[in-house]
Design a protein around this ligand. Sequence first.
Ligand code: ZN
Length: 270
Amino acid sequence: MILVLLPAVFVLAWFSLRYAWWRPAVSYHYPRILMYHMIAPPRRGARFNGLRVAPGMFARQLRWLSQQGWHSYTVSELVAQAGRLPEKSFAITFDDGYADNLLQALPLLKKYHCKATLYLVVDRFDRDWSVRRKAHHDEGELKKEAKLSDAQVEEMLASGCIELGSHGMTHANFAALDEAAVRRELVESRRVLQERFGVAVDSFAFPFGLYRPEQVELVRSAGYRSAVTTREALEDPARWEPLELPRIKISGKDRWLAFLLRMRGGRRGW
Ligand SMILES: [Zn+2]
């Protein structure tokens, strides 16, 4: 008998540790800010498949959000309306500027009446920014990935459901830059994007989610009203620090249950 039960106990324990299913839902008054990169199928043997959410999975997530009564906002809308948001508010964000954001994601966003904030790198072509974080990530995987052309960005903005935000000039690692360089990344990228696309750029996404505390003030003085990080948390919008907003990572490696748990508690498991 014990021999039959033991594997079942192990499976249950593994499942529980992995998904922490018993954790209660975090208040639905706390908005969920979701972080995506690519909407693309995984590639065999690729390092960054966590950044690739399959189109079918993305469609399923949007369908679920609309069926469950979630309300879609851009990040700037969330911040401007913090304090009077309905329950189940969320924002979709796309970092970097991959071409599939237009080709795969936009049709689905339209279908499910969802908005999104696109955090675009200005100099995004032929750049391998993954090495700025870890020098051995030099396979050029993200460099080879097709990026949005300026014309494609315009097409996204013309849809009326996309907010343009800045992800810096070069996807630099802020933790390794001096103040003048950080200021340049912040001010220049905002100026170029606003001039090139004729829209307000009021939100920023820290590249890699890396920054030093004193740099938050530089984001403010560059004119941004909000900034998103990669800190995974759900917080009361009445107490938000709008220049250090937490996000929930939606990983291409997650199964459906993991997505539901992230929406519920901000985390997949532990
Ligand atoms: Zn990025």
